[in-house]
Design a protein around this ligand. Structure first.
Ligand code: CP
Ligand code: NVA
Length: 307
């Protein structure tokens, strides 16, 4: 049995296999071919933070695969009232076939996985957001921009940045990250990614220079300046991130025809200009839709790993 906690635990071949299952299911869905690959299975979804894409994609995805998804808000289950994580894990995994968790500390997810008898999927933690990167890489493949990709990430060194680090390190593409001083990526995660990059040949550069990151990049991406749980820091972060908004002018530094990706939700006028997001709405909303397809690929793949 495998869990999906970070991309670090997966090989390049496994990541490509998950995406390819997702792409096949996507094609089947468009052709109105429904295979009930997870017939009668239940996915428990624990949400300790808000969500639009993650909730809808898992819930719709599980239904389309013949299963059922349970939305479990921490306001409604005893986890939010202090029932230990390990007890919750043992109980929910005895009744569900898979569990998805969106939470704060990554260690909570790890503890849950340790006590769970079924596969656990990371639906976002403070440290990583790996399911988003499955959809992002699927989109890169579909738009034929994965090969020789030079990805520039401009913004906060957060869960998305850490997942980009792991994706680049596994798939072997060039990743340049530019963050404001004081908002750099976690140094331990960077070290791990750099060590994995030695095997894949990925080139990873981290700096505080937007120009350095963007120059001749083929893909530009960013994320919110204040992630969920950082609402109180918003004012101070907006000040620190001045000059970091990705707009048409900054895109001029990137390679001609460079594409823009965003995991969404986007805060127009902060990390991205409205005009830039609208100019790249085709790929950004395909990226969002691919959450559905990539995660179906993941759930079917995880189901196949059970012994
Ligand atoms: N990108 C993403 O995970 O979106 P939600 O927060 O809406 O799930
Ligand atoms: N970094 C963001 C990602 C949202 C999908 C957050 O954690 O809020």
């Amino acid at each position: 049995m495998r869990h999906f906690l970070t991309l670090k635990d997966f090989t390049k071949e496994e990541i490509l296999e998950i995406i390819s299952i997702g792409l096949e299911i996507k094609k089947n869905l468009k052709d109105k071919v429904y295979k009930k690959e997870l017939d009668m299975q239940t996915l428990g979804m624990i949400f300790e933070k808000s969500s639009t894409r993650t909730r809808v994609s898992f819930e719709a995805g599980m239904f389309q695969l013949g299963g059922h998804a349970l939305f479990l808000s921490n306001r409604d289950i005893h986890l939010g009232r202090g029932e230990p994580v390990k007890d919750t894990a043992r109980v929910i995994s005895s009744m569900c076939d898979m569990v998805m968790i969106r939470t704060f500390a990554h260690s909570m997810l790890e503890e849950f996985a340790e006590y769970s008898s079924v596969p656990v999927i990371n639906g976002l933690t403070d440290s990583y957001h790996p399911i988003q990167l499955l959809a992002d890489y699927m989109t890169m493949l579909e738009y034929d921009i994965a090969e020789d990709a030079v990805v520039a990430y401009v913004g906060d060194g957060n869960n998305m940045t850490h997942s980009w680090l792991m994706l680049a390190a596994k798939m072997g593409f060039e990743l340049r990250i530019a963050t404001p001083v004081g908002y750099e990526v976690d140094s331990k995660i960077l070290e791990e990614a750099l060590s994995l990059a030695k095997e894949s040949g990925a080139c990873i550069k981290v700096s505080n220079s937007i120009d350095e990151a963007l120059l001749d990049a083929t893909i530009v991406t960013t994320d919110t300046w204040a992630s969920m749980g950082q609402e109180d820091e918003k004012e101070e972060r907006v000040k620190a991130f001045q000059g970091y908004m990705v707009d048409g002018l900054k895109m001029c530094l990137a390679k001609k025809g460079a594409r823009f990706l965003h995991c969404l939700p986007a805060y127009r006028g902060y990390e991205v200009s409205d005009a830039l997001l609208e100019a790249h709405a085709d790929i950004v909303f395909d990226e969002a839709e691919n959450r559905l397809h990539a995660q179906k690929g993941l759930m079917v793949w995880l189901d196949k790993q059970r012994t």
